[in-house]
Design a protein around this ligand. Structure first.
Ligand SMILES: Cc1cc2nc3c(=O)[nH]c(=O)nc-3n(C[C@H](O)[C@H](O)[C@H](O)COP(=O)(O)O)c2cc1C
Ligand code: SF4
Ligand code: SF4
Ligand code: SF4
Ligand code: FES
Length: 598
């Protein structure tokens, strides 16, 4: 390998790419060439760095200088100053990279966002070029596959997975080693290994980021799993809406085949394993394992009852293992570092780390990886940087549409599978949406139910009809038509659906309603009894008022689309509530915050 004096790492994750990091990369190449630095500086397009909020991100090594919100023209400045003259461009650094009251510049690893994180699954994301197999190999890539094929029996591989305590990261949290042992013990001339990269949860992008940043880790893990269960054929079922991930995976599979790491007689051991991509059908329910199998077989993705479980009767009725992307990304490292190493962090029943997509009302939106058992407070305040605009933290919705809310009182609760369930929420695949005082919890429940009603496949009545009835009741409550007894009716219906729906989608769809009633019953009551939305979100329950703070500047009246504000210049203005369409334009226009809604 050639030696370079500096490396310029440009984020090529979906977030930064959509804000122009491909153009920034082109510009760096141009400027580096112009300054004759091609032999000294190497430009690399990586996967996501995690702190997507401040993207596009560029990191320059060896210093680890963390440039944020980079624009195309900054490539010229960074090249001429940093790369040519060795002067870090402080004005372009992420603000936290500069020590307060000092000239000292911190490297990316010292930035608060990363301090409490442990990047195992994401260890190569933002570090290597995902389109270059040599970079993966340089990070011990394919060494675990080599070890498994040359030194271990399939049963040893399954044992080490069991000992590590790894549980599935796709939502259910089932122990991976135990699941593999079912397929290994099942009879069948052909077995299949499937990677579930459907990731349909709103707000989740963990699996996408792993595939974009480190696709070889998934290929290696699938080959290891294939060896453990006795499968020679794998499929990656991936969302068609993830074009960058699909592209990089295609490149990686091609490279693995060229290098003899997929295909026939891998490492000369006689083990064959091939891998193909199948594009998802674009429905959330296709992520459910039995629906996914139907979809690969060419049918409409509809779940079927379990048992039989896929480990016994899966794809084309053959024993099949389906694992989530993040679950798989852990596997090569468990083989290389051992079960004890993996279990050295986490809680008693939830070992290792978990990747979360942190979004909503939080300063540092992005991708984080934390040891299981980290508290919600550490996530929100230390890693997430707190709530924007000094607002009050209200709740976190975890587990996507099937999850629930954890609230202010739970800030010091450790995040792990069992504790989240005890709190009425769930880990799910790792979506984490932060809510502040301006979010209405009844409206949030309505939002998630709206999603599940849309995504219900319609096969069973409780889910097809029941979730619709629940949604109708929530719409009724949020529009001010709620009646006494509605909360109890909602709860009854919720538990009935949970108990009788055929698949996980219906069984968990009522969770957001159950958990918001559990923790925010007073908000439901305010909507129903007082016809008020305490957070000021539900339009029908709001009235806009002008307070005494009004200075009579007339801006509100000029911006009101229905001319329902009157008043003289420099005098208090008044809103005619009967004609107000509650658009909020006046509130936005007022320079002194004199307009309130209640
Ligand atoms: C409606 C629904 C959607 C799901 N979507 C996904 C998904 O997108 N990705 C995923 O890995 N698992 C998803 N699951 C869970 C899978 O059915 C399955 O449990 C998982 O892929 C198993 O892998 P693991 O053991 O590695 O977690 C979904 C489940 C349900 C009920
Ligand atoms: S629970 Fe919903 S998504 Fe699942 S099978 Fe029934 S109708 Fe389809
Ligand atoms: S909310 Fe809209 S319609 Fe109502 S007073 Fe303000 S600008 Fe006019
Ligand atoms: S914009 Fe604000 S200050 Fe100006 S007239 Fe309207 S309420 Fe008063
Ligand atoms: S996509 Fe660039 S930091 Fe996440």
């Amino acid at each position: 390998m050639e030696l370079y004096r500096s490396h310029v790492l440009i984020c090529g994750g979906t977030g930064c790419t959509s804000s122009g990091s491909d153009k920034i990369e082109a510009r760096f190449h141009e400027e580096i060439k112009k300054n004759g630095l091609e032999k000294e500086v190497k430009v690399i397009r990586t996967g996501c760095f995690g702190l997507c909020e401040v993207g596009p991100v560029v990191v320059v090594y060896p210093e680890g200088s963390f440039y944020a919100h980079v624009k195309e023209e900054d490539a010229k400045t960074i090249t001429e100053e940093h790369l040519l003259k060795g002067r870090i461009v402080k004005d372009l650094l992420y603000y936290e990279s500069i020590e307060e009251d000092s000239d000292q510049v911190k490297s990316i690893n010292e930035v608060e966002f990363y301090k409490k994180q442990v990047r195992r699954v994401l260890r190569n994301c933002g570090v290597i070029d995902p389109e270059n197999i040599e970079e993966y190999i340089a990070m011990d890539g394919y060494a675990a596959l080599g070890k498994v094929l040359t030194e271990m029996e399939p049963a040893d591989v399954i044992n080490i997975m069991k000992q590590s305590g790894l549980r599935g990261r796709g939502g259910g949290g089932f122990p991976t080693g135990v699941k593999w042992s079912f397929a290994a013990g099942a009879k069948g001339d052909q077995k299949y290994m499937i990677c579930n990269a459907d990731e349909g949860d709103p707000g989740a992008f963990m699996d996408r980021s792993v595939l974009e940043g480190d696709p070889h880790a998934i290929i290696e893990a699938m080959a290891i799993a294939g060896y453990a269960i006795g499968s020679s054929q794998g499929y990656v079922y991936i969302r068609a809406e993830y074009p960058i991930a699909v592209h990089r995976l295609e490149i990686a599979i091609g490279q693995a085949k060229e290098n003899g790491l997929l295909g026939k007689d891998i490492f000369g051991t006689g083990f064959d394993f091939d891998l193909e991509i199948r594009l998802g059908a674009g429905a959330f329910v296709c992520g459910e394992e039995t629906a996914l199998l139907q979809s690969i077989e060419g049918f409409r993705g509809m779940p079927r009852p379990k048992p039989p479980f896929p480990a016994n009767k899966g794809l084309w009725q053959k024993p099949t293992i389906i694992n989530n992307v993040e679950t798989l990304a852990n596997i090569p490292q468990i083989i290389l570092n051992g079960a004890e190493w993996f279990a050295s962090i986490g809680t008693e029943k939830s070992k290792g780390t978990k990747v979360f997509a942190l979004g909503g009302k939080i300063n540092n939106t992005g991708l984080i990886e934390i040891p299981m058992g980290t508290t919600l407070r550490e996530v929100i305040y230390d890693i997430g940087g707190g709530i924007p605009n000094g607002k009050k933290f209200k709740a976190v919705q975890t587990g996507g549409p099937s999850g629930g809310c954890i609230t202010y009182e739970h800030l010091d609760q450790p995040l792990d599978y069992d504790n989240l369930i005890a709190l009425g929420s769930m880990m799910g695949s790792g979506g984490m949406i932060v809510l502040d005082e301006d979010n209405c919890m009844v409206d949030i429940a309505r939002f998630f139910l709206d999603f599940t009603v849309d995504e219900s496949c319609g096969k069973c009545t409780p889910c097809r009809e029941g979730t619709k009835r629940m949604l109708e009741m929530l719409v009724k409550i949020t529009s001010g038509q709620g009646e006494e007894g509605d909360i109890e009716k909602l709860e009854k219906l919720a538990y009935t659906i949970k108990d009788s729906a055929l698949c996980g989608l219906g069984q968990t769809a009522p969770n957001p309603v159950i958990s918001t009633i559990r923790y925010f019953r007073d908000e439901y009551e305010a909507h129903i009894r007082d016809k008020k939305c305490p957070a000021g979100v539900c339009k029908n329950l709001l009235t806009y008022y002008i307070t005494d703070a009004c200075i009579g500047c007339t801006k509100c009246a000029r911006n009101c689309p229905v001319n329902c504000i009157s008043g003289e210049v420099k005098k208090l203005h008044v809103i005619d509530s009967d004609n107000c369409i509650k658009c909020g334009a006046c509130m936005e226009a007022c320079p002194v915050d004199a307009i309130i809604k209640r």
